[in-house]
Each structure stands twice: as C-alpha cells, then as structure tokens.
Design a protein around this ligand. Structure first.
Ligand code: 1HE
Length: 275
C-alpha cells in the first residue's frame, strides 16, 4: 500500500458541511459544520450518500470525524422544522427518513470499512450515523443521547435497527423515555464502541485501525461488510449456507492463495497477544 504522508484532495463534489481528503489508500471525511455542532441537514446527508457511493476505487478504508467540540448534534432541527411547517405531509416525512436510510446504507454496505472517531456529543442522528460505521473509537469526552424523546419526534436514521443491535432496546427506551445520556465509558461497556481512548487520540487510533483494515483482501472485507451482517440476521440454515458460499469465494481468490502460501512458507506474521 502507498505510504504517502501528506493529505491529498478527493475529487468528489461535496457540500461545504463535509470535507474529504486522502492519505494514501485511506480517506478522511470530516463533518465540517462546527458552528452548528455538525447538525445534519438534508444537504449533508445527501453529501454523505454521494461520498460513499462515489469513492475512488483505490480507497481501501475511510475514517469519519467531526470538526469542533462535538462529533454531531444529530438532525438539523431548524432545517426540519421548516419542512414540517411547510408540508404537514406524513409521506414527506417517510421519504425524508428513507433518504437518511439510503445514505447510511451506503456507509454500512459500501465498498470499504469505515472507522468513526467520536468525541463530545454523539446524539440523535449523530449516533445513528456512527452506528452505520463498522468500527467506533470514542474519546473519553464522548457522550451519547437520543433527545428525539424530548423533542417529540422519533428515530428516523436507522437507529431503531442499528443502535438497537449495538446497545439493546432497553437502553434506547431508557434514553428516549427519560433523556438519560451515556458517558463514553457507559457507551463502551454497553457495546456502542469497540475502542475507548484518551482525548486527542481518536483520530490517530482510527487511522491505525483503518490501515489494518485496508491491508486485508478486498474479498474478505466484502464478506465482513456485506455477508456477515446478513448471515447474522438470517435463519441459521440459510446463514450457514451463505457462510459456506462466501467462504468458498474468499478462499479461491488469488490474494487468499498468496496469503495462505506465505503462511505455509513461514513468511506471514504470527497471531500474537496485543496487550
Ligand atoms: C443546532 C443543533 C441541531 C446545535 N439542529 N442547530 N438534536 C438535538 O436535540 C441536540 C441539540 N443540540 C444540543 O443539545 C447542543 O447544541 C449540543 C449539546 C450538541 C452542543 O451544545 P453547545 O453548547 O456546544 O452548542 P449550542 O450553543 O447549543 O449550539 C451552537 C449552535 O448550533 C447554535 O446555533 P446558533 O446559530 O445559535 O449559534 C445551535 O442552535 C446550533 N445547533 N444543535 C440545528 N440539532 C433522522 S431523525 C434524527 C433525529 C434527531 O437527530 S433528534 C436530535 C436533535
């Protein structure tokens, strides 16, 4: 893999609220609306969809961060209030939520692993966004909230499905019914994140993890991103069959044969204890 040390631009047209650069094979996408605490308006959500569906083919992993003191304040309530006041139309609301689903599906079921580095507020739609990524790293300043409950609205960006699978329905019910927030430590032990790091260490940790994920074969990463969650959701018999099919495709790829040969000829790294 290329070992470039300077960030280069990525040629995808994005709204001002998103900024993308690349460092070798890793893209760095920033929520760049710090003055509004990275609140997600329609333009930003559509920009996320554009970014993840138009990623250059040689990008092998993405790191997602938020600029300023918070990762994201969730749905842009001003943007939304004007739509709701103007339209009074339930169908418009359904289509709006489906637009978020499309954009976040492009993240979860895209071409590359996505690692989110979280800090500060990760609330509402911001938590739904984080839940669509594959690995979440939280700095200790992170806290999680679902203020939808207090705002008189509901989840709409896939949280009922994705956040529920991470931390469970009972925690979501508590957060939405009572306004409870979870600290970085509570979120971590509940399953919201795979890594908990000191403040200021999120980005470098996420970049290091992205480099590891980027060095896997494309087929294995495809299997992990696309097959594994579907297998988990399916009935066991169908899941086992899908697993066998995916395993056969993965092990017959040219890259897998090379890697297996490297191990047999003692050129590959051993599995070692990390901490
Ligand atoms: C916003 C938003 C927003 C801030 N939409 N403009 N989300 C919420 O209910 C969270 C609401 N936000 C907050 O609780 C706080 O802003 C934070 C804890 C995130 C940050 O606090 P702080 O003190 O750093 O910032 P602030 O002074 O509250 O906000 C700074 C500016 O950002 C201010 O604008 P200004 O023009 O007065 O400077 C805020 O109005 C603006 N701002 N949050 C719009 N959310 C698909 S369904 C998903 C449903 C949801 O996500 S519901 C959860 C919505």
């Amino acid at each position: 893999m290329a070992t470039e040390t300077t960030e280069q631009p990525i040629d995808i047209e994005l709204p001002k609220s998103l900024r993308a650069t690349r460092l070798g094979a890793i893209a760095h996408l920033r929520l760049a609306r710090a003055e509004k605490r990275n609140a997600l308006d329609d333009g930003t959500v559509l920009g996320l969809e554009t970014f993840f569906t138009r990623l250059p083919g040689d990008i092998r992993a993405v790191v997602l961060t938020g600029e300023g003191a918070h990762f994201s304040a969730g749905l842009d309530l001003f943007d939304r209030l004007s739509e709701v006041t103007e339209h009074h139309d339930p169908l418009e609301g359904v289509l709006h939520s489906r637009m978020w689903h499309r954009a976040f599906d492009a993240i979860q079921f895209g071409r590359t692993p996505v690692i989110a580095a979280l800090h500060g507020a990760v609330v509402g739609g911001g938590l739904e966004l984080a839940a669509a990524t594959h690995i979440r790293v939280a700095e200790r300043s992170t806290y999680y909230g679902l203020p939808e409950g207090q705002r008189g609205i509901f989840l709409g960006g896939g949280g009922s499905v994705r956040i529920a699978r991470l931390i469970g329905v009972a925690r979501i019910q508590d957060m939405m019914l009572t306004g409870r927030t979870l600290s970085a430590e509570e979120g971590h032990s509940a399953g919201a994140t795979q890594y908990l790091v000191d403040d200021g260490k999120g980005f470098e940790t996420a970049m290091a993890l992205a480099a590891k994920a980027a060095s896997n074969t494309l087929t294995t990463n495809f299997a992990v991103l696309h097959a594994l969650p579907r297998i988990f959701e399916s009935d066991p018999a169908s899941g086992l069959l899908t697993e066998s099919l995916m395993a056969a495709i993965a092990e017959t790829s040219g890259e897998a044969k090379e890697r297996l040969k490297d191990f047999l000829e003692k050129r590959a790294a051993k599995v070692t204890r990390q901490s």
